[in-house]
Write a protein that binds this ligand. Structure first.
Ligand SMILES: [Zn+2]
Length: 262
């Protein structure tokens, strides 16, 4: 079973079997996405993914709860661009701790952060370990930006090259063309690749192994990193179906993996 936290009654939550439960804590971002996409792109995509998951995945024998989507994350790397909203790192950490402590208080002890914004990733990894200890609960982080999550479908569908999928890019623009096409202005889409001074070195690169503490205006003039001109709605629909199905499969594995010793 999968339920939205916001739509359950207090009695339903009280009586729910927590032994086989998992709480999804979704977190997105509000930040500039170039001239062609709205600032809410990450959270709009995340909301659609959660809707897709709730309607297509059943998880028999388990109770999967989707906590309210946190629409704003840590986006200070985009602060130079109008429209960006960001909490500071300590604020996000405290907010997540308070939210998860509330959920823990009601008996749930397994959590997964589902994240749609690369700028949240490092922080979520730190928080998940802190809360593993502080709340004596299991924590997982799902992040699609710095993992292999999209690799299979990108191998089939990506038309851009290196750095073509990064920010306001072929992937995100395609997803938005499938989800909210009226919010995308493809006439304003322009490809932009990161400045070579942060990519074309032997060791120092925004993909590592020596990673600079960069902000977006260090690597991009217009706020795009990638190739939005390669986006189209058909590709976006395929990306979306892939993401919903793959996330469902991954959550099934999470439901069956216990890492705390009894
Ligand atoms: Zn984004």
């Amino acid at each position: 079973m999968i339920r939205l936290w916001m739509q359950c009654t207090t009695k339903e939550i009280s009586e729910m079997d927590k032994g086989n439960a998992l709480v999804i804590v979704p977190i997105g971002a509000v930040e500039q996405h170039g001239a062609h996409l709205p600032v809410g792109t990450d959270t709009i995509i995340l909301n659609r993914l959660m809707e897709g998951l709730a309607s297509r995945s059943e998880f028999p024998g388990h109770n999967v709860m989707i906590a309210p989507v946190i629409p704003i994350g840590k986006s200070n790397e985009h602060s130079d661009y109008p429209g960006t909203l960001s909490f500071s790192t300590p604020t996000v950490m405290v907010m997540l701790r308070d939210l998860c402590a509330s959920i823990r208080r009601h008996g749930f002890d397994r959590f997964i952060f589902v994240n749609s914004h690369g700028g949240n990733t490092d922080l979520l990894n730190v928080v998940s370990r802190d809360l593993r200890i502080e709340l004596d609960a299991e924590f997982f982080v799902f992040d699609w930006w710095f993992t292999s999550f999209w690799n299979d479908i990108l191998a089939e569908s990506q038309e851009s090259g290196a750095y073509g999928v990064f920010h306001a890019c072929e992937l995100e623009t395609s997803l938005m063309l499938a989800i909210r096409p009226e919010l995308v202005d493809m006439a304003k889409a322009e490809d932009e690749y990161p400045d070579p001074h942060l990519t074309d070195n032997r060791h120092v690169s925004i993909k590592g192994p020596i990673i600079p503490g960069w902000k977006t205006s260090d690597v991009s003039n217009k706020g795009v990193i990638g190739a939005p001109t390669k986006a189209n709605p058909d590709k976006g629909a395929r990306f979306l179906d892939y993401a919903v199905a793959k996330l469902g499969d991954m959550l099934t594995e999470v439901l069956n993996v216990r890492y705390r010793k009894a």
